[in-house]
Structures are given as structure tokens and as C-alpha cells.
Design a protein around this ligand. Structure first.
Ligand SMILES: *Cc1c(COP(=O)(O)O)cnc(C)c1O
Length: 402
């Protein structure tokens, strides 16, 4: 096995993101295969006892066990790091495995976390329910409000945790301000970048320390596998994350890593086209629904900030109907092309009712506080012809009296 550009990683680091997405981190075996190979192996064999002893002692490079290293997974880790402009990355079995590892690997009892109120349901569960069980307190803030971040800092605050745009309220966090504030207080920022991906937004360019991913979403992009990733400094990945990951085992399967490698080849194209489609569909929806939350539209209160941080608006937006759950479910049930599905980032257009699906688990009170109302629907715009999507939405809106 060797890297296609030789062993020197520096050769590839100057490539632009669209090139990294296709070629970054590629290794080839002695067979010279064009597409990355899948190494479905749990372990490795060694020429002699000294070789394996040197690897276990950390004195020689090389694989020892697939919970720790696997060539296919490592190709994906290198590609994700290169795309992100991050010094290092490690993959996990799912986005939630990545979020959990990114937080737990660096937190201890007595630490304090400031987290965005508007977040993926399971991310809220981590900060509201899991961390407190281990003596780690969390304060939830309205993440679009810079002052709330500052006001929430305590002497023991160790981590800021947020996503932007946030799921599903589409709140935008001012990354340059919040990451700068964290740095000034010695706080580590962990940014969940699943919505935008590095194709549209690179949080490290705004000062983020750690970028965590659900690669299940835009990175795979075709609704096939679960995967996650954490990007950070070499010191964080090797000295802080790795002891946690090697001993708790949230490892990504080589097959799933390979699927995501194939997905990344088209990430740039998909992110751009789906953003264009989301803008076209969003403009139509704006004329028909009482309220739309779409970072690409001027009606979004943080439109300018969103467009400063992102190359394009991304495929996802939400809208709110006045008729509550009944009207929202009615619209979902009237769809003929768009699927009722709670996934995002897929090349198919998918719509969900967050209050009864992705955010059911956080409870009614938390939903209310984070702005996930009963009339809210979230749409992931895919690669279909936007005119067909508009026709489907038009007839579904008419069915529910809009
Ligand atoms: C889906 C999602 C997750 C969780 O990822 P899984 O791969 O489903 O475990 C975390 N954060 C955000 C923003 C997501 O959209």
C-alpha cells in the first residue's frame, strides 16, 4: 500500500477542496487499483514477532487491529482532514458516536459546557441528560445571540458546543465571534458541521478547534450508511481522542468508510446543485407559507452572516404552518414525489415533522424553548429537477388549504 502521491502528505495539502474530495488520502496497493480498495479485515499478520512488538510499542508504523487502524478507514480519515484543512481526523461509527466521543474524551466531572439550545435532538440529549450523570454541567444558550455565550462562561467552562446552521431552526452562530471568545477564555469549541459540510463551510477558518461530523448526511449523500468523523489538531486527535476511542471502540466499519469515500467524490457537485435547488424551491415556498427559515433567503434574520460563513445556503430549510401538527402532517401525507423521511443531505428530497420525529425525544418544553413548533416542517432538497419539486409542493399545499 502506498499513497498515490508518495509518503509525503505535504504534497497533497495545497490541493483545493474539490480536488481533495476526489483524490485526497488515496492509497494504492501493489495491484494499482483505480478506485480505493475495501480492506474488510479485523486484524493483521506480521512477518515476525519483532515487527508486531515494535508496532505495539509505538516504535514502528503499521496496523495492529481494526479498532485502531484500517487502511480503508484511514484513507477516509485523511480525505476528511484534507477537505477540512484540519491537521488530523478520526472516523467513528455514526454522527452521534462522533459527538459523544468529541465531548467525553476531553471532559471530566466538575467541568462545564455551554451548548446551543437549537441542536439535533440527540446532541441536546447528550448535554441535557448524559453529561450531568457524570457531574458535567451544561448551560443551553440561544446560539444566535453572542452575548449569551459570554454571559454563560464560568471559571470551569471547558467546551462550547454548537451546530450552524442549527437543526431544524436554521439559527446561525457567528463563528468568528464565538470561537474568538472561547479562545480568549481557554475554552475548546466543538462545531457539529453536518448540515453544511466542508464543501460549504469550514469552521476552522473561523477559529474552531474541533469539527465533528455526521458523515451519514451530505458526505455519503445517498442515504446508504451511518458514519461520523472528528477533525482537530494532531495533539487533540492523538493524545486526547485516541485513548478514548481505542478503549471504547466507536470505530467505523471499513465497508461504510469505503461508501463515504465514494460519496465524497461528488460532494462538491452535490452541495452546489442541492443549494441552488434549495434556493429555487425556497423562493416558491416563501410565497405560500406563513413563515420560512431559509439561510439563503433575505428574509432570514441572519442571512448576511450565513452567506459570509457559507459558500452556498445548503440543501435544508424549515417552514412553519399556522395549523399546527394536523396541517403539517396533512401536508406530508399529500406529498407524491418528496418522501416523508427524517434523513437529510440525501440526493432525494425528504421532508419531516421535527416535533414528532427528530426532536420527539427532547420533550415538549425543550422543543418550545428551542423554537421547534408543532407547525414546523423541515425539507431537504435533493438533486431532482426543482420544477418537479415545486409542482409536488404546490399540490400538497393546496390540499391543506394553502
Ligand atoms: C444526523 C445528525 C447527527 C447524528 O448523526 P448520525 O450519523 O445519525 O448518528 C448529529 N448532528 C446533526 C446536526 C445531524 O443532522
Amino acid at each position: 500500500m502506498k499513497r498515490t502521491t508518495g509518503q509525503n502528505r505535504d504534497i497533497t495539502t495545497h490541493w483545493r477542496p474539490a480536488t481533495q474530495a476526489v483524490r485526497g488520502g488515496t492509497w494504492r496497493s501493489e495491484q494499482g487499483e483505480t478506485s480505493e480498495a475495501i480492506f474488510l479485515t479485523s486484524g493483521y499478520c506480521y512477518d515476525d514477532a519483532q515487527t508486531v512488538a515494535a508496532r505495539f510499542a509505538g516504535e514502528a508504523d503499521g496496523m495492529t487491529y481494526s479498532r485502531l487502524q484500517n487502511p480503508t478507514v484511514q484513507m477516509l480519515e485523511e480525505r476528511i482532514a484534507l477537505l477540512e484543512g484540519a491537521p488530523a481526523a478520526r472516523c467513528q461509527a455514526s454522527g452521534m458516536a462522533a459527538m459523544t466521543a468529541a465531548l467525553l474524551c476531553q471532559l471530566s466531572a466538575g467541568d462545564h459546557v455551554v451548548a446551543a439550545k437549537a441542536a439535533f435532538g440527540s446532541c441536546r440529549w447528550l448535554t441535557d441528560n448524559l453529561l450531568p450523570r457524570f457531574g458535567i454541567e451544561a448551560t443551553a444558550v440561544d446560539a444566535y445571540d453572542n452575548d449569551q455565550w459570554e454571559a454563560a462562561i464560568r471559571p470551569n467552562t471547558k467546551v462550547f458546543f454548537f451546530e450552524t446552521p442549527a437543526n431544524p431552526t436554521m439559527d446561525i452562530v457567528d463563528m468568528a465571534y464565538v470561537c474568538g471568545l472561547a479562545k480568549a477564555h481557554g475554552i475548546t469549541t466543538v462545531v457539529d458541521n453536518a448540515f453544511a459540510t466542508s464543501a460549504l463551510q469550514r469552521p476552522m477558518d473561523f477559529g474552531a478547534d474541533i469539527v465533528a461530523y455526521s458523515a451519514t448526511k451530505m458526505m455519503d449523500g445517498q442515504g446508504r450508511v451511518l458514519a461520523g468523523a472528528i477533525c482537530g489538531s494532531e495533539q487533540f486527535i492523538n493524545d486526547v481522542l485516541m485513548p478514548f476511542q481505542r478503549n471504547t471502540g466507536p470505530t467505523l466499519s471499513p465497508f461504510n468508510a469505503w461508501v463515504v469515500l465514494k460519496g465524497l467524490e461528488t460532494l462538491d457537485l452535490r452541495a452546489q446543485r442541492q443549494s441552488e435547488n434549495a434556493l429555487t424551491v425556497g423562493r416558491f415556498m416563501e410565497s405560500r407559507v406563513p413563515k420560512i427559515l431559509h439561510p439563503g433567503l433575505a428574509s432570514h434574520p441572519q442571512h448576511e452572516l450565513a452567506m459570509k460563513q457559507m459558500k452556498a445556503c445548503g440543501p435544508i430549510f424549515s417552514f412553519i404552518l399556522d395549523g399546527g401538527r394536523e396541517q403539517a402532517h396533512g401536508l406530508l401525507n399529500a406529498l407524491q414525489l418528496i418522501d416523508i423521511s427524517n434523513n437529510i443531505g440525501d440526493s432525494r428530497s425528504l421532508m419531516t415533522h421535527p416535533a414528532s420525529t427528530t426532536h420527539h425525544g427532547v420533550g415538549a418544553e425543550t422543543r418550545e424553548a428551542m423554537g421547534v413548533t408543532e407547525g414546523m416542517l423541515r425539507l431537504n432538497v435533493g438533486l431532482e429537477d426543482p420544477q418537479d419539486l415545486i409542482e409536488d409542493l404546490d399540490q400538497a399545499l393546496t390540499t391543506v388549504g394553502l
